[in-house]
Design a protein around this ligand. Structure first.
Ligand code: SAM
Length: 283
């Protein structure tokens, strides 16, 4: 094959066929959605995915693109396999979505940009679900429940949209070359979108951006009290009354407050205090 893994592109090729099989087994049999793969690499996962449905893939490495185009020449002809060369995040900058119809994202992600890719996929309204291999710690952050150590902004942003679960762990020796850390396959099944449709969580994108700012403030010192962190932008008496309304202790830490309550507190704060709105206007 003669292709060496490039560290700068986060290339750790998944070689263990039982893990590949486990990923495929976790996918629903009857989804009508398209399949998108980010970073197909040498195409071992792609090969399995193509047995299910057609695949639209995004790969940054030109050497790998040449290799993939040859490996899947037959599938390219029938458009079962469509490969876009380039940085997937740059692609998302240029256009809102990675596919023109609803799609499921399945990928062994490059770890150096895994969190950015997941956050972007959550915003992509055509993306219906994600099954992605990431560092175990990143998966834990997205899937953590309130009061757990890893619960924070990432978990809240994902869990606002639907079901989030760590499916299984994968040891370093399943990859070539092996990464330094244990990996996990993370599953996110969206049930709603941030913005749009009847069930959008937020009225518009500006409100979603304001919620992200709220989360940055609420978790600015994750082990300190929510009330203390939020005094960076709000009156202490107002914050205390909001906590009392929710029957929460004034000593609550941000990770002890569940997703729905954070969303509620945010909405109350935007109603009674112009802080979030003002910052929005300044941008
Ligand atoms: N899917 C293959 C596998 O499971 O063996 C490769 C996974 S490897 C962890 C990550 C892949 O993402 C590599 O092929 C790498 O070249 C690609 N990649 C890295 N950065 C990328 C980017 N910004 N856009 C698209 N692909 C990228």
């Amino acid at each position: 094959m003669g292709i060496k893994a490039k560290k700068m592109f986060g290339q750790n090729f998944l070689k263990d066929s039982s893990v590949l099989h486990q990923i495929i087994q976790s996918m629903p049999e009857d989804s009508p959605n398209a399949l998108v793969e980010i970073g197909p690499g040498l195409g071992d996962l792609t090969q399995w995915l193509l047995q299910k449905r057609g695949v639209v893939a995004y790969e940054v490495d030109t050497d790998l693109c040449a290799y993939l185009n040859e490996r899947f020449a037959k599938e390219r002809k029938t458009e079962q396999f469509v490969l876009h060369q380039g940085d997937v995040l740059a692609r998302w900058e240029k256009q809102e979505t990675l596919a023109t119809k609803p799609y499921d994202l399945v990928a062994n992600l490059p770890y150096y940009i895994a969190t950015a890719i997941i956050l972007r996929a959550l915003r992509d309204t055509q993306c219906q679900s994600l099954r992605v291999m990431v560092q175990k710690e990143v998966a834990q952050k997205f899937a953590a429940a309130p009061k757990e150590k890893h619960f924070g902004a990432l978990g809240i942003l994902a869990q606002l949209l639907g079901h989030v679960e760590v499916l299984f762990d994968v040891p370093p020796h399943a990859f070539e070359p092996p990464p330094k850390v244990t990996s996990s396959v993370l599953w996110i099944q969206k049930r709603r979108e941030y913005v749009g449709g009847e069930h959008g969580v937020f009225k518009n994108e500006a409100q979603r951006d304001a919620f992200e700012r709220y989360l940055r403030m609420a978790f600015s010192a994750p082990r300190k009290r929510w009330l203390k962190n939020m005094t960076l932008g709000f009156e202490k008496t107002l914050l205390a009354s909001l906590l009392e309304e929710q029957a929460l202790s004034l000593n609550s830490r941000p990770h002890e407050i569940d997703t729905a309550t954070h969303h509620h507190l945010f909405k109350q704060l935007t109603k009674v205090n112009d802080y979030v709105r003002n910052e929005q206007q300044q941008q």
